[in-house]
Design a protein around this ligand. Structure first.
Ligand code: ZN
Length: 247
């Protein structure tokens, strides 16, 4: 309950564990039911706090280091859970044991692991984030080309994501791969396709996880429901204890 998909990778002395949540099994009710992680969507703050603790516990942590997402290009380097989340759309850490997360409901959560360099990141990108290349901004603070692993979580698919012709053109100017059409033949944006293309420019093959938020009733979708909750992409890095006697 609550986990859409999870995985773990290891390299050398470090590992990373990642989770994409769904909306099942939390404390929230009504339009936020059940596992809403968004703190500014109108839900009961006590329920959100409970849900965040439950998700942190999925990766054996006590809390989540979050940012205040603003559809920009800023990357926040966090080494502890901030009292006041900084405004940023990517969060990066070099601290083992700190769970970092982004919250989404149609935008795409992207999780990055640079285990050789000792950094993990969580990135939030909608069409504005694709235009701004916020994924590229996070990668600039990580390992050289090809050495980062990337998981691209659930988001609204282009068949469901109608936008104005102006937005589609703006996206197409920056990332042609993200320009798309809905199933009705109207202008659309493929946010996951755009992010995959941006990862490829850094030599990274992102792994697609999950499907379309608009079509999956187990996921929050802002376009579908307007008043709704947020799911998350969460990642935590760990140092592998070698079990050596240190005397
Ligand atoms: Zn769809």
């Amino acid at each position: 309950m609550g986990v859409l998909a999870r995985g773990r990778v290891a390299h050398g002395r470090r590992s990373a564990e990642w989770v994409f949540t769904d909306r099942l099994g939390g404390a929230s009710s009504g339009p936020y039911s059940e596992l809403n992680l968004g703190g500014s969507v109108g839900d009961d703050p006590a329920c959100v706090a409970d849900n965040r603790r439950a998700v942190a516990a999925m990766v054996e942590c006590t809390g989540l280091a979050l940012v205040r997402q603003v559809h920009g290009r800023d990357v926040a380097l966090l080494r502890a859970i901030p009292d006041e989340p900084p405004a940023a759309d990517a969060v990066i850490t070099d601290q083992a044991g700190l769970a970092i997360a982004v919250q989404v409901a149609d935008c795409v959560p992207v999780l990055l692991a640079d285990l050789a360099g000792g950094r993990v990141a969580a990135v939030h990108a909608g069409w504005r984030g694709v235009v701004a290349d916020v994924v590229g901004a996070a990668l600039e603070q990580m390992a050289p080309a090809g050495q980062v692993q990337a998981w691209v979580g659930p988001a609204i698919c282009p068949s469901c994501y109608e936008v104005s012709a102006q937005v589609r053109d703006e996206v197409a100017d920056q990332v042609p791969e993200a320009a798309a059409w809905t199933r009705a033949g109207t202008p659309a944006v493929d946010v996951r396709g755009g992010v995959l293309a941006q990862l490829r420019r850094h030599g990274i093959e992102g792994e697609l996880i999950g499907g379309c938020t608009f079509e999956d009733p187990h996921l929050f979708s802002y376009r579908r429901d307007t008043t709704t909750g947020r799911q998350a992409g969460v990642i935590v890095m760990r140092e592998i204890v070698m079990g050596e006697e240190t005397s």
